[in-house]
Ligand binder design. Structure first.
Ligand SMILES: Nc1ncnc2c1ncn2[C@@H]1O[C@H](COP(=O)(O)OP(=O)(O)O)[C@@H](O)[C@H]1O
Ligand SMILES: CC(=O)N[C@@H](CCC(=O)OP(=O)(O)O)C(=O)O
Length: 301
């Protein structure tokens, strides 16, 4: 009976998301061990077989920092974004596209010919312009960091239409062809890339897996999670947020302001966190909804 009950409880979520695209961002901090990564891959395949179109955008910040450390290079962040020199960019590309993405593609393809890995460079999927960090009201030059300018959703949609699961690394081609001539790609924060993709694909939901339970109301002093925010409430809160949560919550805001129905931050350190959030009545973590969201029965993300 518990097994049957669990399946029945999942029905409203499944029915609402059937045939819909869900963008899932797997943060580098949530990829802590092999079991978790294997469970993540199984959850994604479950969604695919349940009739949804999952699109994976992955991070890898800690993995990049570890590789930079091995090479004797420092990791520096401004406003949650990595200061990216030409040398750093080579490492970012190598780690994201050559290691993290390959590992996820490999795990998903253990179960069939599902996953296709790509970066924003492939088929010009994602272009970006140089982004400056905002620190204490000042604009700071942080090198080869990009802000998404354009997403060619058709490139990803083609893969979805052929039953594939796109696995995307957050590296973009410069918007201006002149800057792209020397192969000068840009480092895009993975939350930012996931939100831009979700918006361009008109995704039903954006799900961000990280290493905390959600957005804490009074971080780092308490672990009380804010369960739900409207876009306006989040916009008012944004200037007070710190470090990694800045790009994450900006991403949620961008998504719901651009046609995505819900953006949710959940704890990716919990095994099968994606499936578990389907079965939880009010959902888990922190959900962000558009200001004009009309509530209806079963409307959890
Ligand atoms: N208000 C907050 N609530 C939760 N976490 C916060 C908050 N402010 C800052 N953080 C930090 O943000 C981190 C998550 O961002 P990040 O390290 O970039 O993760 P990821 O690799 O998943 O993108 C948390 O581990 C926590 O240290
Ligand atoms: C510009 C910028 O900060 N890019 C990120 C890209 C990877 C990422 O975002 O990884 P997580 O999701 O694990 O943090 C970086 O270089 O770390």
């Amino acid at each position: 009976m518990p097994k049957a009950r669990a399946l029945i409880e999942a029905l409203p979520w499944m029915a609402r998301h059937h045939g819909k695209t869900v963008v899932i961002k797997f943060g580098g901090n949530a990829m802590v061990d092999d079991d978790l990564k294997a469970a993540f891959a199984k959850d994604i395949l479950f969604l695919r077989h349940a009739g949804l179109n999952p699109v994976v955008v992955h991070g890898g910040g800690p993995q990049i920092s570890a590789q930079l450390g091995r090479l004797g290079l420092e990791s520096r962040f401004e406003g949650g974004l990595r200061v990216t020199t030409d040398e750093t960019m080579d490492v970012v590309r190598m780690v994201l596209a050559g290691q993290v993405q390959r590992e996820l593609v490999g795990l998903l393809n253990e179960h069939g010919p599902h996953a296709v890995g790509m970066t924003g460079e492939d088929a010009r999927l994602m272009t970006a312009v140089k982004r400056y960090a905002q620190t204490d009201g000042r604009s700071v030059d942080i090198g080869r960091v990009g802000e998404v300018a354009h997403v060619d959703a058709g490139v990803v949609q083609d893969l979805i239409d052929h039953g594939r699961i796109p696995v995307i690394s957050s590296i973009a081609r410069p918007e201006d062809d002149k800057d792209a001539a020397g192969g000068g790609v840009l480092n895009v924060n993975a939350d930012t890339a996931a939100a831009a993709l979700a918006a361009a694909l008109r995704a039903e939901a954006l799900l961000i897996l990280t290493d905390v339970e959600g957005l804490y109301a009074n971080w780092p002093h308490s672990d009380e999670v804010i369960p739900r925010l409207t876009a306006a409430e989040l916009a008012a809160l944004l200037p007070r947020l710190a470090s990694g949560m800045i790009p994450k919550m900006e991403a949620c805001l961008h998504a719901v302001n651009n046609g995505v129905r819900t953006a949710r931050v959940i704890d990716g350190r919990i095994k099968h966190s994606i499936l578990l959030q389907i079965f939880t009545e009010d959902g888990v973590g922190t959900v962000v909804v558009p200001d004009d969201e009309v509530s209806f029965e079963g409307a959890t993300a």
